[in-house]
Design a protein around this ligand. Structure first.
Ligand code: FCB
Length: 477
């Protein structure tokens, strides 16, 4: 398939827009015991029977620890100018505290040099969920001390790689860590304890603040930000005067999904409407914490997958696609999947308008702050057809719609500086194991062979034109 972008395309992106693809260490690297790497919480969790589908682990994954030159070639072949990857903390601090493992640092130096040779810059995430097990054994994010350990790690990595990294992302999606790692336990470290989750919220934020200061001390001029998964909450009132009830529910849901991390970061306070149980108790918040947390960032990374839709409804009478009431809201409001919106292979709603709304909202909350989409993409049932091609037309449609939302937002004044597709490669999708494929490049896991999907060609054309091509009118999906 060839894509044609007409000159003067209205859906063009600003000049200098950063185009990239994103990955995370535990999801792609494999080489779990190589060069002195210590165990992480995801090693422990995935090796515990019943935690990950199929008993899958990240032991081998995409073997990107060894095959990174090939992956850098793939990025270059698509014309991407930036690669968002994460640094594996247990490769740098195998036992949590000291000593530093030089071989771990050398690996990321080599990766960054390999990228630079191909004209690709690096956006490095310091924590994409693979905490050293040794630090979990001391309480993990539920303990305050970890924020200091995180700052030490940031300083070491900053000193070693500061001349090579273009942008630093302290944390990836801290809400997923607290919600799935500490509240429900369906992610590592598998803890289901509301109080631990609330404490982890504060210590992740504090870790971000201290790491930001440590990076700035180690790397003059460092560009430092954080990546949040943000979920616009969209309400649809009915004819029975439900607007006030829905607005209260919206405020609570928004505080829970977005405000709990956004407000401390941007405004130095926890959100007023959040359910008390998710907020850290006052005793955990020391003088100076919120000032450290809200030190201005250079950019905000936004991961967008789906919004949440709420409407009046009777939780006792839920139908298909209607979910239980949003925790912490009054009765009579349910989450639902609007008729007419499709879902992905994760059963996640496809709603690009949610992305547009989110970007506009952020540009009001943080006027002028550069925003990067640090993840956006979808899982699909990809497979090589008899010609050896992977025709992931659903993904092309998904990316087309979401890029369109980005271009519109930029045109309407949002300071959107870049977009990273999730993901470069099919990879270890956490508790789903290898069952869910998010890549624009297919990975044959038994051999590690990479096959760029049809969506990779689509992305390459978007990058080349810095604009979105029209899809053929008879697009099949
Ligand atoms: C995000 C994670 C990323 C990946 C995508 C599908 O929550 O940051 O690692 O799993 O979802």
């Amino acid at each position: 398939m060839t894509y044609v972008t007409s000159p003067g395309e209205p859906l063009a992106f600003p000049q200098g827009f950063a185009w990239g693809a994103a990955t995370a260490a535990y999801q792609i690297e494999g080489a779990a015991d190589a060069d002195g790497r210590g165990p992480s919480v995801w090693d422990t969790f995935s090796r515990t029977p019943g935690k990950v589908r199929g008993g899958d682990t990240g032991d081998v994954a995409c073997d990107s620890y060894r095959r990174y030159p090939e992956d850098a070639d793939l990025l270059a072949s698509l014309g991407l100018s930036s690669y968002r990857f994460s640094i594996s903390w247990p490769r740098i601090f195998p036992t949590g505290a000291g000593p530093v493992n030089q071989a771990g640092l050398d690996h990321y130096k080599a990766l960054l040099d390999t990228l630079a040779e191909r004209g690709i810059s690096g956006a490095a995430t310091l924590f994409h969920w693979d905490l050293p097990q040794a630090l979990q054994d001391q309480g993990g994010w539920a303990s305050r001390d970890i924020a200091l350990r995180f700052a030490d790690y940031a300083a070491v990595v900053g000193e070693a790689l500061g001349d090579r990294v273009e942008r630093w992302i302290t944390l990836n999606e801290p809400l997923v860590v607290t919600d799935l790692g500490y509240r429900t336990g369906i992610h590592a470290p598998g803890i289901a304890d509301e109080a631990a989750a609330a404490a982890a919220t504060h210590h992740l934020l504090l870790g971000h603040g201290l790491a930001t200061a440590a990076l700035r001390a180690a790397v003059p001029g460092a560009q430092v930000g954080i990546t949040l998964n943000l979920t616009p909450v969209i309400v649809t009132p009915d004819a029975n005067g439900s607007a006030a009830l829905l607005e209260r529910a919206r405020l609570v849901a928004d505080a829970k999904h977005n405000g709990v991390f956004l407000e401390p970061l941007l405004f130095g306070r926890y959100p007023e409407h959040a359910p008390a149980a998710i907020l850290p108790p006052a005793a955990l918040i020391r003088d100076g914490d919120l000032a450290a947390i809200s030190a201005p960032v250079d950019f905000l990374g936004v991961n967008y997958y789906r919004p949440q839709h709420l409407r009046p409804g009777d939780p006792a009478n839920l139908r298909l696609r209607e979910y239980p009431p949003v925790p912490g809201t009054e009765g009579g409001v349910v989450e639902y999947y609007p008729a007419g919106l499709e879902t992905t292979n994760m059963d996640w709603l496809i709603d690009p308008d949610g992305l547009y709304e989110l970007l506009v909202r952020l540009s009001k909350d943080a006027p002028g702050l550069p925003l990067y989409i640090t993840e956006n993409g979808c899982a699909a049932e990809d497979y090589p057809n008899p010609d050896g091609k992977v025709n992931d037309l659903e993904r092309i449609k998904f990316l087309h719609q979401h890029l369109e939302a980005c271009a519109r937002a930029a045109r309407d004044g949002v300071n959107l500086a870049g977009y990273y597709v999730w993901s470069l490669l099919d990879n270890f999708e956490w508790a789903y194991g290898y069952q869910k494929r998010f890549g624009i490049v297919y990975v044959d896991f038994p051999t590690g062979r990479r096959i760029p999907k049809e969506s990779a060609a689509f992305v390459a054309e978007v990058v080349r034109a810095n604009a979105i091509p029209a899809l053929p009118a008879n697009w099949p999906v």
